[in-house]
Ligand binder design. Sequence first.
Ligand code: ZN
Length: 89
Amino acid sequence: MSARIKAGDLVMVVKPAVCIGGALGIGYVYQVLDVITHDRAVCVHCGRSHGHVEIALEKEDLGVETWRLQRLDPPAESVTRVTKEEIKA
Ligand SMILES: [Zn+2]
């Protein structure tokens, strides 16, 4: 893993959840709201807890384990923010 994932980072899911395998969710991109550690987080795929995990939240109660994510560089801000200057015809 490269630099640690933190709030505000743009991340992409690159590994499947341990319980489902396959490619479900791979390639999904989102911006991290916050990074938390959790001992009893319930997996959305199997409904069980996978133990102590570090989760990059997308929403208040929804996120993906950080080991399944790849941080995208450069961050979203510099890629997606278009200044007035740039869009003027
Ligand atoms: Zn699961």
